[in-house]
Design a protein around this ligand. Structure first.
Ligand code: HEC
Length: 100
């Protein structure tokens, strides 16, 4: 009886972990911390790069900037950011829009 409960618990835990992992892969807040905070500050207040909190660009424009880059911008945004999938860019752009 106890062992059955234990096995059920294990199954539930491993299922919730495997469901949680893909969501984590496109976690905007986590991506921002690892990919953007060094330049834009942990709260988007700006550091080496300009502040991104309250930015006038839409989430779509931000994700375009990240995935395509823009000739007129300074590095690193002249080119697409390395290691950022389209989904990642969308998630992090939406996160940037929540910074105030
Ligand atoms: C190596 C430093 C650096 C990193 C890393 C970086 N940025 Fe930037 N970012 C800049 C600089 C510098 C500018 C200003 C570019 C310009 O105006 O020409 C900028 C501009 C921007 C802008 C435009 C702001 C505006 O008002 O037009 C956005 C949005 C932005 N970054 C978002 C991000 C996001 C999101 C990430 C992470 C995926 C990121 N940046 C990573 C340095 C960085």
């Amino acid at each position: 009886m106890r062992i059955t409960k234990f096995i059920i618990l294990l199954v539930v835990i491993s299922l919730s972990v495997s469901i949680a992992l893909p969501a984590f892969a496109a976690d905007g807040a986590a991506l921002y911390k690892t990919k953007c905070a060094a330049c834009h500050g942990p709260e988007g207040q700006g550091k080496i790069g300009p502040a991104v909190k309250g930015v006038s660009l839409s989430a779509e424009q931000i994700s375009d900037l990240l995935t395509k880059g823009e000739e007129a911008k300074k590095a690193p945004h002249k080119k697409a950011m390395a290691g950022l999938s389209a989904d990642d860019a969308k998630a992090v752009a939406e996160y940037v829009k929540t910074l105030k």
